[in-house]
Design a protein around this ligand. Structure first.
Ligand code: FES
Length: 310
């Protein structure tokens, strides 16, 4: 759907928030905390951004974008080219990081721009008068975003690394201190997420939640296999040095994608034959073991032929 860019606000060094409003006569679909939208930045270039506003504040969406020094065009283009008043194409909200609103206690852990999905979670938990805490780590004081919103809460623990005291966030301590039945959420850089996964591996199943916004994904470019698209009857070769998504797009196959690095879930396709070489961070280990679906932006094939439901 198309929306209008109504406002740009600097939230931290190299981080802006963007307010997106519906066009006259239109309304935006409701969303729940943890949802994201896919934003079309250019032809064949989309990115996922978490919604940052309170889900109850209907009538607009807010996203936040950190201009990555390693940007391959996404965040840099938004920072450099977006102007108030322009039209933006976005998807409807999708939610891979839903908040369990029945938890007795909620622990939110965020690093950098990973604070974004936590903001609507805080708004929701506050409205429901639930017990919660947040631990937010920023690389420098100037990189700490949305401080005006966070400072209002005594249970917001903000740590700039390295702190003058030399203190670092001890994820294991934070997780161990949480009640056994708490739900824990983490969004941040890959090493934070890995530490969180290790610190919560003994938690009850489904109580530790991770949102990747970037992965150190080793995209499969080994090639040397073919794709059989069962519904369209197309046969597509993936040569050495190429990835599956580029070959599908190059053959004119309309397949959705956003992050292009296996974290957002947009490019999921059902597998009808063959064994994928899973490289994504999106599917669970059980889903990967079943080989029933593949994230085509980053994964490859372990068999000479992969049959896809396309
Ligand atoms: S495009 Fe995001 S997981 Fe593939």
């Amino acid at each position: 759907m198309r929306v209008m860019l109504r406002g740009i606000r600097r939230e931290a060094e190299e981080t802006n928030s963007y307010v997106l409003e519906p066009l006259p006569g239109q309304t935006l679909p409701a969303f729940a905390a943890g949802a994201h939208v896919e934003v079309k930045i250019a032809a064949n270039l989309s990115r996922s951004y978490s919604l940052a506003n309170d889900p109850e504040s209907r009538g607009y969406y807010e996203i936040a974008v950190h201009k990555s020094p390693t940007s391959r065009g996404g965040s840099a283009r938004i920072h450099d080219a977006w102007k108030v008043g322009q039209l933006i194409e976005i998807s409807e909200p999708r939610n891979n990081f839903p908040l369990n609103t029945s938890a007795d206690h909620t622990v939110l852990i965020a690093g950098g721009i990973g604070i974004t999905p936590m903001l609507p979670m805080i708004a929701t938990l506050e409205r429901l008068r639930k017990s919660w805490e947040i631990h937010y780590v920023a690389a420098t004081p100037r990189r700490a975003a949305f401080m005006d919103r966070l400072r209002a809460y005594p249970q917001a623990h903000i740590l700039v690394e390295p702190a003058p005291s030399g203190r670092k966030l001890d994820l294991e301590d934070v997780c161990n201190a949480a009640p056994r039945n708490a739900h824990l959420y983490c969004c941040g850089p890959a090493r934070m997420l890995d530490a969180f996964a290790a610190a919560t591996e003994d938690r009850p199943k489904g109580h530790a939640h991770i949102e990747y916004f970037s992965a150190d994904t080793m995209i499969a470019t080994e090639g040397g296999y073919r794709l059989e698209l069962v519904r369209s009857g197309k046969i597509i070769e993936v040569p050495q040095g190429n990835n599956m998504l580029d070959c599908l797009l190059g053959a004119g196959v309309d397949v959705g994608f956003a992050c292009s690095e296996g974290v957002c879930g947009s490019c999921r396709v059902d597998v009808l034959g063959g064994i994928p070489d899973h490289r994504d961070k999106f599917l669970s280990e059980e889903e990967k073991a079943s080989n029933a679906t593949i994230m085509v932006c980053c994964s490859g094939s372990k068999t000479p032929c992969l049959m896809l439901d396309l």
